[in-house]
Design a protein around this ligand. Structure first.
Ligand code: SF4
Ligand code: FES
Length: 237
């Protein structure tokens, strides 16, 4: 029996039972922008960058199950504008100084921004005051760049079984915290081998003494846009 399919921007996309629209699209090498999804974790649908239209209704592609016969739209001007707004908000509410960031060229936020045509700030930046935690001997935690995707939280809890990270607060006060009475990363049991070290899509969790091993200009997204790369560096095995 042939696989069931839905249409994505007019083309048939096959899927297997239990796959979401985003998983099926990526499996068919069709890019749908996303930020908080990661192939190794159950999707939780917080960033909404993967929003598509299913039979005319908005839905998060990463959490919506693929269904045979559904008509899914992704590459429309309306959806690109919506995603662009979401990404611009992220740039606005944090401090993202891309030219000086160690992750420039392999940062998923930067790559998705370029993909959506974000080339400059659109809203007035909030310039929040956020700490930089250099207390860990091997890891730098740069909260100015955190986009609250919860991937480190999920990786630390579900894979490392350490619960090093958590989110605290709501709305604009929502922020990443670490599991130590002192609030310092150096007082947690995070290790550089942990899965939590590999999943950050931006430059918020960085390994010390390993800067710029690949020169700017030769990095993943310097060579090809994320819509061609499909598997971003923070999702590589
Ligand atoms: Fe996501 Fe990185 Fe922030 Fe963790 S530190 S919530 S992985 S952006
Ligand atoms: Fe779907 Fe973030 S990737 S909500």
């Amino acid at each position: 029996m042939s696989e069931p399919t839905f249409t994505l921007d007019g083309d048939d996309v096959p899927f297997t039972e239990g796959q979401t629209i985003l998983q099926a699209a990526l499996g068919a090498r069709r890019y749908v922008p996303y930020l908080c999804f990661h192939k190794d974790f159950k999707p939780h649908g917080s960033c909404k960058v993967c929003t598509v239209k299913v039979n005319g209704h908005h839905a998060a592609g990463c959490t919506t199950p693929a269904r045979a016969g559904d008509v899914v739209e992704s590459q429309t001007e309306e959806l690109t504008e919506l995603r662009r707004d979401l990404v611009q908000f992220l740039f606005t509410e944090g401090n993202h100084f891309c030219p000086s960031c160690e992750q420039s060229g392999r940062c998923t936020l930067q790559a998705v921004g370029y993909e959506l045509g974000v080339t400059q700030g659109h809203y007035n930046p909030l310039f929040p005051t956020r700490p930089l935690d250099a207390s860990h001997p091997d890891v730098l935690l740069e909260l100015n760049r955190c986009i609250l995707c919860e991937l480190c939280v999920r990786a630390s809890a579900q894979v490392d079984r350490k619960h090093v990270f958590a989110l605290s607060g709501r709305g604009l006060t929502k922020h990443l915290v670490v599991n130590a009475e002192s609030g310092r990363l150096g007082d947690t049991d995070l290790a550089v081998e942990d899965k939590a070290m590999k999943v950050c899509p931006v430059g918020a969790i960085l390994r010390k003494r390993r800067g710029f091993t690949v020169p700017i200009g030769e990095r993943t997204f310097d060579k090809a846009p994320i819509s061609q790369v499909l598997v971003a560096p923070h999702e590589e095995d």
